[in-house]
Design a protein around this ligand. Structure first.
Ligand SMILES: [Zn+2]
Length: 408
């Protein structure tokens, strides 16, 4: 979750959708792209769809007019594995954060049970492959923000037991033990306790996610972690200079230790002109959010409404530029040219971000496969980007976990 829309509450989705026009139909993709895409494991590592489970009009099993993900559109877009994000605002800490995490973990399990004809819960790379072989969608979970463990290392183990396969060390704000990329440094990266958390995640086979964290937190996690890291939803700073994105040096360091950057589709992370215009109009997402929180006296519904109205107004006034979905391909291509196809994947941020024109929801994913073929990528490299790299990371985390547990 990330953008203005991220902090958003369920009610906001409906508000935003009022302004959104239905995406135009695309011409069919080539037979080669179709065959490749629909025979691959297409694993998206960051989806905020979980928030929608708590809205009364959302039905995962039906095609919804709003939002970016549901089972019919996943089938249409060949997205057959998904990380449901477990998230609340990073300013909520302690036991209330843990409670919210548990509520959402339960909601994911309940939805997977409810739609078991199409979906199956996955804890391992082998589970994902088995689901694919059975024609089912694999559902995984990631916790977005270390604040959600309530500063209690035992929650890492409990979350792992409940099926959580990655945890993002921070969200928009610093937590008790890790600095965020969008907050003022408070811990000089990871505290000693934060380093213990990383090692406990390794021991539990939970991927260490460095999206959202400060550069120093990233380098600390990279040094401490015994397993490769994932950036579950981050793009390239060389193409769009946003603190949420990764510099070329960071991407190289991540890849050198076997990690993977999963490209985020959020408009303000992939397009410099859009980011500049957005920042100019709002002062940037975090300061804008802080302002609105004060203005709305912490009323989340009011914050969501105000954000949606402002965005609608800016679009109508032409103050925010058009962003093409092809920017996503530019970011994939940049990262691949930098570190190779073994270290790049897809982390859309669906249902938590503003999608560029042409990739309005997950039904449009086959376009990515076709665009990569058009740029000369091999079938095997495309399969890696679509999902195989993430499966490799999961397998490595599982191996490290077994080794660490055997050592004690
Ligand atoms: Zn996020």
């Amino acid at each position: 979750m990330l953008s203005p829309r991220a902090l958003l509450l369920p009610s906001l989705f409906c508000l935003i959708s009022v302004a959104a026009a239905a995406p135009p139909p695309d011409p069919p993709i080539s037979a080669h792209a179709h065959q490749l895409h629909f025979s691959s494991i297409v694993l998206d590592t960051h989806d905020d769809t979980t928030q929608r489970f708590f809205t009364k009009d959302f039905d995962l099993g039906k095609r919804n007019a709003e939002g970016h993900v549901d089972i019919p559109r996943m089938r249409e877009g060949g997205m057959n594995a998904i990380f449901f994000s477990i998230w609340i605002d990073g300013r909520i800490m302690g036991p209330p954060a843990v409670q919210k995490a548990l509520d959402q973990i339960d909601a994911v399990h309940e939805n997977v049970r409810k739609f078991s004809r199409d979906m199956v819960f996955a804890r391992t790379a082998a589970d994902v492959r088995r689901a694919h072989a059975q024609g089912k969608i694999a559902a995984l979970m990631g916790v977005e923000g270390g604040h959600m463990i309530g500063n209690d290392i035992r929650m890492v183990r409990i979350f792992a037991d409940l099926g959580v396969r990655y945890m993002t060390l921070s969200h928009f704000y610093n937590d008790e033990w890790a600095d965020s990329s969008t907050d003022k440094p408070a811990h000089n990266g990871l505290t000693d306790f934060g380093k213990q958390i990383v090692l406990e995640m390794n021991r539990q086979g939970m991927l260490v996610d460095i999206s959202h964290v400060s550069d120093k937190t990233f380098y600390d996690a990279l040094e401490v972690s015994k397993a490769p890291l994932i950036a579950s939803h981050s793009s390239c700073r060389a193409l769009c200079n946003h603190p949420r994105d990764m510099s070329d040096d960071m991407i190289k360091a991540l890849a050198a230790k076997g990690g993977v950057i999963q490209i985020n589709y959020e408009k303000s992370f992939i397009d410099q002109a859009y980011k500049d215009a957005y920042d100019k109009e709002t002062g940037g997402v975090v300061s804008h959010l802080n302002e609105l929180t004060k203005h709305c006296n912490n009323d989340e519904g009011c914050i969501a409404r105000e954000m949606a109205q402002l965005q609608k107004k800016l679009i109508e006034e032409g103050k925010l530029p058009h962003v093409s979905w092809e920017r996503i391909i530019d970011h994939i291509d940049h990262a691949v040219k930098l570190v190779g196809a073994d270290h790049v994947g897809l982390g859309s941020d669906f249902d938590g971000a503003d999608m560029p024109d042409g990739l309005e929801d997950c039904s449009k994913l086959p376009k990515i496969t076709e665009a990569l073929l058009d740029r000369g990528y091999s079938d095997s490299d495309i399969r890696k980007i679509l999902g195989e790299n993430t499966l490799r990371l999961l397998e490595q985390a599982e191996r490290v976990s077994r080794e660490m547990q055997a050592a004690h």
